[in-house]
Design a protein around this ligand. Structure first.
Ligand SMILES: Nc1ncnc2c1ncn2[C@@H]1O[C@H](COP(=O)(O)OP(=O)(O)O)[C@@H](O)[C@H]1O
Ligand SMILES: [Mg+2]
Length: 387
């Protein structure tokens, strides 16, 4: 029997703006087998360009189009490396799921004003890889009245769900999101409870910003700098007063809300704080926002699996465990998927759902009218450029 086109590629570049995580994988049922993982950091120039596009500015349509081209070329480089590391030709890949770079996320109300914008050039990606590309996953859910985010809970539920107990999954990217997965009943006749999911608030975005500004480092490796500081209770309380944290789900957020201006407004009341103390406070704030969300909506979870780059921040994980003493808090690596691969595999899975004409969204999570097939297909065409 000859080899088949049975692999998928997922490309995720999240709100942290650290770069692209790409995976090449196959699925046995819904279970992923990762063949290769490539993390390619953005150049400082592209990172700054994308960061600038998160706020209104002159001639931004032109700048956005150029940034989308640059991002797509970075995606092409990741795909080439994935195929090289996996030892596979491009034709073995059925589709690439390419998330794009979110620069605005304003899901709005059920009044037709909502939109979400991920910069991308899927046509360029299809042209230069010779592989079908699925892109723009979020818009359809917003069109159906949903938040368009988070989209990973459906995948989390298939991969991390258990039959005996409720499991929660926390993704600590630039923004954090939580998935609560009720037990899967053993008998087909019994209905499973509904999977819940929502954005908790900031993940690494504020900590990264402060760290970059005061140490010149893109992020606080291992949380070592935060570990040298002390939490300032006044600032912590001011941060926790953010109304988004108390909003009931469905809800989603982004850099539109949690950005340097938001932080500066709250810091204004405490001039002269030690920078390391602010970092410690931001770390505690992130841990608390997530832990409080879990206490409120976790439906008795005893297990928390953590993914995203924040899972590698030991100080953040320590503070999270301190807030959740009754739970087992572990990295998703303990459940078979390293934390930096989870979202990329989720977008490979979403591309597969689109190719199979199956829904990828969960209305119980996003609040949409119903589950939808997500994404737009950019066929590779013939003859494609071969990598
Ligand atoms: N070793 C580490 N120690 C502390 N934080 C880390 C480490 N590695 C990654 N991170 C954090 O994770 C972020 C990237 O996480 P990621 O899951 O890629 O988020 P996003 O999906 O928003 O891009 C980095 O910006 C950094 O804040
Ligand atoms: Mg990232």
């Amino acid at each position: 029997m000859g080899a088949a086109a049975d692999h998928f590629i997922g490309l995720m570049s999240g709100t942290s703006l650290d770069g692209v995580d790409g995976v090449l994988c196959r699925f046995e049922g819904d279970q992923p087998q990762v063949v290769a993982h490539v993390a390619l950091p953005f150049t400082q120039g592209l990172k700054q360009t994308l960061l600038d596009l998160n706020t209104p500015g002159t001639n931004e349509l032109h700048r956005a189009a150029l940034a989308a081209n640059a991002l797509a070329r970075t995606y092409v480089a990741v795909v080439a490396r994935l195929l090289g590391e996996g030892g596979l030709p491009a034709w073995r890949v059925l589709a690439i799921g390419a998330h794009g770079q979110t620069v605005r996320h304003q899901p709005g109300l059920h009044d037709g004003t909502g939109y979400t914008l991920q910069l991308n050039n899927p046509a360029l990606l299809a042209e230069h890889t010779g592989i079908d590309v699925v892109a723009d996953f979020r818009s359809r859910d917003i069109a159906a009245g949903g938040q368009g985010a988070p989209l990973v809970p459906a995948f989390h539920a298939r991969v991390f769900g258990q039959s005996e107990q409720t499991v929660s999954v926390l993704n600590l990217g630039g923004i954090s999101n939580l998935t609560v997965i009720p037990p899967r009943p053993p008998a087909q006749t019994q209905r499973a409870g509904e999977v819940r999911g929502f954005d908790c608030g900031p993940g690494n975005a504020l900590m990264d910003h402060w760290c970059q500004q005061h140490t010149g480092q893109a992020f606080d490796r291992g949380g070592a700098w935060a570990a040298q500081g002390e939490v300032h209770t006044g600032l912590l309380q001011a941060l926790l007063n953010e109304p988004f944290l108390d909003q009931p789900p469905p809800k989603s957020t982004g850099r539109d809300l949690f950005n340097p201006d938001w932080l500066a407004q709250r810091l204004a009341a405490w001039p002269g704080l030690r920078a390391a103390d602010v970092q410690a406070t931001l770390t505690e704030f992130t841990a608390l926002a997530c832990a409080n969300a879990l206490k409120l909506h976790g439906q008795g979870s005893r297990q928390l699996l953590v993914c995203g780059g924040g899972a590698l921040n030991d100080e953040l994980m320590r503070r999270l465990r301190a807030q959740l003493p009754d739970l087992s808090v572990r990295s998703t690596a303990a459940a078979g998927l390293p934390p930096l691969q989870v979202e990329a595999v989720a977008f490979a899975w979403l591309a597969r759902q689109a190719v199979l004409r199956q829904t990828g969204s969960l209305p119980s999570v996003t609040g949409a009218e119903g589950a939808r097939i997500l994404g737009a297909l950019y066929p590779a065409g013939d003859p494609p450029i071969r990598l």
